[in-house]
Write a protein that binds this ligand. Sequence first.
Ligand code: HPA
Length: 272
Amino acid sequence: MSEILAPYLKAVEYIRSKSGGAKPEIGVILGSGLGSLGEQIENPSIIPYNEIPGFPVSTAIGHKSRLVIGDLGGKKVVAMQGRFHFYEGYTMEQVTFPIRVLKLLGINYLFVSNAAGGLNLSYRVGDLMVIKDQINMMPNPLIGPNAEEFGPRFPDMTHPYDVELRRLAFRLAREMGIHLQDGVYVACTGPSYETRAEYKFFRVIGSDAVGMSTVPEVIVARHCGLKVFGMSVITDLAREDMPDDYVKEIVKAANQATSKMTALFEKMIAAI
Ligand code: HPA
């Protein structure tokens, strides 16, 4: 067995042993406060991250820190309720470890979600934004020797988000009466929020929403050839002209939009 694959395969073996040998087709990462899709999964096998060999333990608020494997929309899915953030002190290898585990479990599709600050001046709290592209302000998770077993040294990133999945999302959302924004996500390390000057800078360079996750996972997912769909829930307004007493209430706003996102993800998964 290749030395590079060994730690990932150990996690895969453990997950299979706890899920009746499940071979999910679709992976879903549920961000801060967005975990409720996990409750819709039927016949679930629930595996806490701290039991899985090689998985770090998530510390972020609003995160449950477990894998839920089962049936959704007639498909076998594996959902991550909670993710690992760079700002928690994990290495990029730890942040993205689960992506390669899910790849080796057999997924072809990865749905990612996050709570994000709206930079686009037309966005409102509670909006859902389909991610059309991303800007990486974090270290690249592929720095270091290339894991040839997963993908090439210089992976193409001209289309990180799958065009067909994006089209499907807009078609289904129209049928469901769900309004979607379509924008560019910029990822910062955090944990401090951005300054007013940074909000303005990110808007000027073409970003519509800002957050502290997702981009490392998407880079590693694209490296190993997964088809990716991404969605941001706009949980606060990242604007330099906000009043001084503006309070960010991220988890609460996420909960309000999460049912729409959950319904859309479920329909998309059924339609794939
Ligand atoms: N900035 C960074 N990350 C975030 C924000 C924000 O305004 N809102 C939710 N996650």
